[in-house]
Design a protein around this ligand. Structure first.
Ligand code: PAF
Length: 293
């Protein structure tokens, strides 16, 4: 696996490998099976696979975990190497944000609800860096996990609005055996918190069951879920039922809705979500591919 740290060298490599379609898996490292499932999908669908590792400072708020974010680079390199990734793009903060950097890429409406309400600088930092990664790597496809559903929808909108020639692939959340959605931040959980963490996924099961039983009022669904989660979490940022495309809150459940939760177990912020149809049935992962946003 080739390691490239400079944008110009990355662009040159892409030019030289221009006959191949390039699949990009953008990450902040601390890789887990969720990331590796994206790499494997890229491997299947693309001639060349580039993974990027960059802990992007602009998407962290001042009180967030930028300093403590795990950076096990030797382990990450080994994992990517084993997955036969062609290039690890591993730029420094200075390479991505040189002195005098003044530009921001910001998607409006889709970033206002859900995590956007609680992490006000997050999405602008995220879209700015993803735009830069797309310009550095020039991929034909880029891969995102559905755990960060809002992120993937925001990236899709940016790609559509700014005409990036990149197809966005959103792939299903990979879970631990007890249902906890895989996340690099799970590493922060202590033993007791780790035991509580699968309750977030169980809360989604519960919401799904309520819908299956015919509950349609989303306020009532939220109240039930809040009560269910409360004994296990230290704080709830949101429990929402939103439209899967425009991410606007839904009052009465019909068609397909996205159930989304953000809460804290101890000091660790966890997010999870599930697409459910009006029969209270999980919508299969293939749905993500069809979201047009
Ligand atoms: O999901 C992530 O790891 C990050 O938000 C991303 C897409 C790599 C941008 O920094």
């Amino acid at each position: 696996m080739k390691i490239i740290t400079h944008i110009s060298e990355m662009q040159q490599w892409t030019k030289e490998n221009g006959g191949h379609s390039i699949g990009l898996v953008p990450t902040m490292g601390a890789l887990h099976e969720g990331h590796l499932s994206l790499v494997r999908a890229a491997r299947k669908e693309s001639g060349r696979v580039v993974a990027s590792i960059f802990v992007n400072p602009t998407q962290f708020g001042p009180k967030e975990d930028l300093k403590n974010y795990p950076r096990p680079i030797a382990r990450d390199r080994k994992l990517l190497d084993e997955e036969k990734v062609d290039v690890l793009f591993y730029p420094s903060a200075r390479e991505m944000y040189p002195d005098g950097f003044q530009t921001e890429v910001r998607v409006k409406g889709l970033t206002e609800g859900l995590c956007g309400k609680f992490r006000p600088v997050h999405f602008a930092g995220m879209t700015t860096v993803v735009a830069k990664l797309f310009n550095a790597v020039l991929p034909a496809k880029a891969y995102f996990g559905a755990k960060d559903y809002q992120q993937a929808m925001v990236v899709k909108r940016m790609v559509r609005d700014l005409n990036f020639p990149v197809e966005i692939r959103m792939l299903e959340t990979v879970r631990e055996r007890d249902g906890l959605a895989m996340s690099s931040r799970n590493a922060y959980l202590n033993r007791m918190e780790r035991i509580k963490a699968p309750m977030v996924n169980l809360a989604l099961d519960y919401a799904e069951a309520l819908i299956r039983q015919g509950l349609r009022d989303t306020d009532q669904i939220q109240t039930e879920i809040r009560g269910f989660l409360k004994p296990f979490v230290s704080k709830i940022d949101y429990i929402e039922v939103v439209h899967p495309e425009n991410l606007m809150p839904i009052r009465r459940f019909q068609g397909t809705g996205l159930l989304a939760i953000a809460c804290y177990i101890g000091a660790t912020r966890l997010i999870d979500n599930r697409l459910v149809n009006q029969h209270g049935t999980k919508v299969p992962g293939t749905y993500y591919a069809k979201t047009t946003s």
